[in-house]
Write a protein of this length. Structure first.
Length: 221
């Protein structure tokens, strides 16, 4: 958890140093920071060294709740799509779930630290609604990404934009597919999806900072 957090913080600082903080730069730094925040929250949930585990569970879930709308927003910025009603809707649902996790008493029934990942027990029905939110927005983002990549390929221009969107799509796949495989191999790991997925998301962080930003970010002089 600490090693992953250090990598993600380092990538955030590198992006902050290397690229201008335009729309894409700000979103990339925020994405990397939220990924690192979840790892830090997991660490304190497991060690109990600072604060109460329930507090850090709330912080961790608030952090990962930001990720799907951020991904959708990054996609719109990369594709240069000015109409962002869908993005605003995604942020609206994001704030609703963040409010639930930060303010609702009993949002978390319990937690287990297995050593490899953390299992968070959400209250009944909340977990199901949350995963509809989470994978629903990721799925919508991927559908749009494939649509806009097809348009760019047909037009035969903006090669670097096409590469950046393709990198974003690959980034989603590199943490969704290993998580799915882990869940098939070990059914118990399904209860630890947030933790497992954010562990693999360090690959997404590397792709964002080292592949997408060099093609779409605006470098500082």
């Amino acid at each position: 958890m600490i090693a992953t957090m250090i990598i993600e913080v380092s990538l955030a600082l590198y992006t902050l140093w290397r690229y201008k903080l335009n729309s894409l730069g700000r979103l990339a730094v925020l994405m990397l920071t939220m990924l690192a925040s979840f790892q830090l929250a997991e660490y304190f949930v497991c060690t109990g060294s600072v604060g109460h585990a329930e507090f850090w569970s709330r912080v961790g879930f608030a952090a990962i709740t930001v990720l799907p709308p951020l991904g959708l927003h990054i996609l719109h910025v990369l594709a240069g799509k000015p109409g962002r009603l869908l993005v605003r809707l995604a942020y609206g649902t994001m704030f609703a779930f963040m409010g639930i996790f930060l303010l609702l008493h009993g949002a978390f029934n319990n937690h287990e630290c297995t050593g490899n990942y953390v299992i968070f027990h959400l209250r009944p029905r909340l977990g199901g609604a949350y995963w509809v939110y989470y994978f629903g927005w990721i799925g919508a983002s991927m559908v749009l990404a494939f649509k806009w990549m097809s348009e760019l390929q047909r037009l035969g221009k903006k090669v670097r934009t096409l590469q950046a969107i393709r990198g974003l799509t690959i980034g989603w796949f590199v943490f969704i597919i290993p998580t799915a495989v882990a869940n098939v191999v070990n059914a118990r790991s399904r209860q630890g999806i947030p933790s497992i997925m954010c562990g693999f998301a360090v690959l997404f962080a590397l792709i964002l900072a080292l592949y997408i930003m060099p093609r779409a970010g605006q470098r500082k002089a």
